[in-house]
Design a protein around this ligand. Structure first.
Ligand SMILES: Cc1cc2nc3c(=O)[nH]c(=O)nc-3n(C[C@H](O)[C@H](O)[C@H](O)COP(=O)(O)OP(=O)(O)OC[C@H]3O[C@@H](n4cnc5c(N)ncnc54)[C@H](O)[C@@H]3O)c2cc1C
Ligand code: FES
Length: 325
């Protein structure tokens, strides 16, 4: 049952496995990130204890399921601009979406691809879902370059946007969050990375866990997550700007030994600084991090998110691959 060229790619659990989007077009092309059988090998090397992707493919008539549809969505509300040195840099948007999209966007790590309506997919901007209501969801967007500027302009003029999703690979190391969500989690969130921690806080609250959040303004110059985090019952500390990027404070917090998981929401430099701290510890907590990969399709096709052969929009990337842990 070979569905493509035989290759010895490493298997990784897929964020879409077991969902209505599995099997996807990668299965038909013999490129499934999880299933070695679908990649033309003789043995199963997926290590996944959920629904068998290969069986699911056969059950589906050896065809891909329909992928995520793109929806025309309207802006319900545009939040007050978050200012950095007096300049508007970021804002919340509340978007009217189909109920089904809202329903599946509650998981930590959920994000959507947003672009101006009528533009091709190269305009897609991945944005974390920060809050969900019955038929709407909220995102926070920092205006950075061409794509976010285009969305900013469309949002100001009240035009429709195109939204695809949700996708669930916004946090890598999710298996640790699933395991320790009912335990004690230390989150370090800076700048626009704070957007990722808001759904995590809800998840931990529902699981009965404890979240301690160290929040920094980062280049965005705003600590917008503080109020919603406090509302979820998280314990929150605002980190001042420090020469050592607060690594000393974070090391002190980690050495208390209270935390089972460290979640880093911010830049890759931040992730690197924190994993350096963890490597120096005798019994470090587990590590999860917000994904900063470039993503265009988020369906495993375009290849913009490739990290050492892993398609980061689909695959749970092993931490040893990126952080040597
Ligand atoms: C899973 C995920 C969730 C994200 N969530 C948010 C969020 O909630 N709020 C927010 O403001 N930003 C978020 N981002 C980053 C946001 O998507 C980029 O800032 C945006 O795509 C920049 O596009 P641009 O053309 O405006 O800027 P550019 O000038 O092209 O890029 C500015 C910065 O964004 C990065 N970037 C550019 N294109 C992409 C892309 N397609 N995917 C990821 N990064 C890119 C660049 O490397 C650069 O660091 C997220 C990114 C990912 C991968
Ligand atoms: S974003 Fe296109 S392959 Fe991952």
């Amino acid at each position: 049952m070979a569905h493509g060229l035989s290759s010895r790619k490493e298997s990784a659990p897929c964020f879409d496995a077991g969902s209505r989007y599995c099997p996807c077009e990668l299965a038909v092309l013999g490129q499934c990130v999880a299933c070695s059988l679908l990649r033309g090998e003789d043995t199963c090397r997926c290590g996944w204890s959920g629904v068998c992707v290969s069986s699911q493919f056969i059950f589906n008539g050896s065809q891909a399921t329909l992928g995520r549809a793109s929806h025309r969505v309207s802006l319900i509300e545009r939040g007050e601009p978050l200012l950095s040195a007096g300049t508007p840099k970021a804002f919340f948007m509340s978007l009217a979406v189909p109920r089904e999209v809202a329903m599946w966007s509650v998981f930590p790590g959920s994000f959507v691809l947003v672009r101006p309506e009528g533009t091709p997919e190269r305009w897609n901007v991945p944005l974390c879902v920060t809050a969900v209501k019955e038929s709407s969801l909220e995102v926070m967007m920092e205006v950075q370059g061409p794509k976010t500027t285009a969305i900013d302009r469309k949002a100001l003029s009240g035009s429709l946007l195109a939204l695809t999703g949700p996708f669930w690979s916004g946090i890598q190391g999710m298996e640790h969050l699933r395991r320790f969500g009912a335990g004690s989690v230390l989150a370090v969130a800076k700048g626009v990375g704070q957007a990722t921690v808001l759904q995590v806080a809800e998840y931990i609250r529902h699981r009965g866990g404890r979240l301690e959040a160290l929040i920094g303004p980062g280049p965005l110059g705003s600590t917008f997550a503080v109020e919603p985090l406090v509302e979820t019952g998280a314990s929150v500390e605002i980190m001042p700007r420090e020469k050592d990027h607060n690594l000393g404070r974070i090391a002190e917090e980690l050495s208390s030994g209270h935390h089972e998981l460290l979640l880093s929401c911010g830049s890759d430099d931040q992730h690197r600084g924190l994993t350096d701290l963890l490597r120096k510890m005798e019994a470090p907590p587990r590590f999860a991090w917000s994904s900063n990969l470039t993503m265009t399709c988020a369906e495993g096709i375009c290849g913009s998110c490739l990290v050492q052969g892993f398609r980061g929009c689909k695959a749970h990337i092993p931490e040893r691959v990126v952080w040597d842990m």
